[in-house]
Design a protein around this ligand. Structure first.
Ligand code: AMP
Length: 397
């Protein structure tokens, strides 16, 4: 994941595990307190373990990085804490790999962001992922067209978020919206046909602009980034009110209920934290869920590997064994050494369990000739080699 971020010009940032509680309440409101680990420290400061890293990164940006050349591309890998009910794919401590881009809102910046999220998950080896792209400004425009009050919207958002369209229908009926308008609205939430959406919002000039930007983003994704298998999904609301405009999610359907691997989009936090207005966007990938999805897809995780395991046959050989081990390590050869003084038989078994490719047995007779025994664990054969030739022997194999 880190190398994909770097390949797109992102640099790594690390922020503290805890922040002031206010940072998160400013972003998400007081109701967030129930969902996070909040506590007061010995100096009675109200603190919280970070539930995500966007707010910490933007705080850091506002405090220390506003003068940096734009766009600023930052990625992170960090543990997050949420006071959730633990279940499969939902933990109280989990890891997120994510990024923020500060200072640009061009369609190419957004297309690159979405393409990078998709590429990260493809590059780690996932076969089956689903990319969905939406836009909150367009959804807001549909709310305005329906004449929905802020209160009505608040009730509606969680239902849309969970795709509970029957409940959306009942709620809108209760709110006095006509059946025809409701049906059309629900159709917009489920359609992947941009023209249908266009027709619905055509009187709203700013929503039409947003839609034309979305079309540019989708076009770049398809024709330039070669990311073709995505869906337009206007029902992405992400449950957060700081998102503005573009939103996207990537799911791993094999995960069932907790299938969302990645979420992101454009948002506004800089001015809220006291900084000068500038566009921001980002996403976070759930690392634990990515591993779970890879396991279900039967991904062959690389096993721990040892290039060489060194066995001193007696106590007197330990010093020389360590010296040889250190030389091999300097050459970048992954080297381990018996630290239990157990016999050759048991040491060979252990070397086998650590997937050692070669074993070097260091005994007094060979050492007299500046030599050691080099054993190939797969072939099971062994030869006596000069100490000076070990590195070239290992590297040429
Ligand atoms: P969010 O910050 O809520 O948009 O979450 C971003 C990603 O982090 C989600 O798509 C999940 O993959 C992952 N995630 C969120 N909450 C949890 C959790 N409690 N346990 C494991 N992964 C999580």
């Amino acid at each position: 994941m880190a190398s994909t971020f770097k390949s797109f010009g992102y640099g790594e940032i690390q922020t503290p595990t805890f922040e002031t509680l206010e940072l998160f309440t400013a972003k998400s409101g007081d109701s967030i307190i129930d969902e996070i680990y909040a506590f007061s420290d010995k100096g009675n400061r109200e603190l919280a373990l970070r539930p995500e890293l966007t707010a910490p990164v933007i705080r850091f940006y506002v405090e220390k990085m506003q003068m940096e050349p734009k766009p600023l591309k930052l990625f992170y890998f960090g543990n997050c804490f949420r006071y959730d009910r633990p279940q499969k794919g939902r933990y109280r401590e989990f890891w997120q790999a994510g990024c923020e881009i500060v200072g640009t809102n061009t369609p190419e910046a957004y297309a690159e962001l979405v393409a990078m999220a998709y590429t990260i998950l493809k590059n780690v080896g996932l076969k089956n992922i689903q990319l969905n792209i939406g836009n909150l400004n367009i959804i807001n425009s549909t709310f305005t067209k329906l004449g929905l009050s802020k209160d009505g919207q608040k009730k509606l958002l969680p239902l849309i978020d969970k795709s509970q369209f029957d409940d959306v229908f009942s709620l809108l009926s209760d709110l006095g919206i006509t059946n025809d308008s409701t049906k059309e609205f629900i159709d917009i939430l489920q359609t992947s046909d941009i023209n249908k959406i266009k027709k619905f919002i055509q009187e709203d000039a700013s929503a039409m602009d947003e839609l034309s930007n979305l079309e540019k983003i989708l076009d770049l994704l398809k024709s330039s980034f070669n990311v073709k298998d995505f869906q337009i999904k206007m029902s992405i609301v992400r449950g957060l009110d700081y998102y503005k405009g573009l939103v996207f999610e990537i799911d791993a359907p094999v995960l069932g209920a907790e299938k969302q691997l990645c979420g992101g989009g454009a948002y506004e936090l800089v001015t809220l934290f006291g900084g000068r207005e500038t566009p921001t966007a980002g996403f976070a990938v759930g690392f634990d869920r990515t591993i779970l999805a890879l396991e279900i897809e039967k991904f062959a995780f690389p096993s721990l590997k040892t290039d060489v395991y060194i066995i001193p046959v007696s106590e007197e050989m330990i010093g020389k064994s360590i010296e040889i081990a250190q030389n091999l390590r300097k050459e970048g050869i992954l080297t381990d050494l018996d630290l239990l003084r157990r016999g050759i038989g048991k040491s060979l078994k252990y070397a086998n369990s650590k997937n050692a490719e070669k074993v070097i047995i260091i005994g007094p007779k060979e050492l007299e000739n500046d030599s050691v025994t080099l054993r190939d664990m797969k072939a099971g054969d062994q030869e006596v080699v000069k100490i000076a030739d070990i590195v070239s022997k290992l590297k040429n194999n």
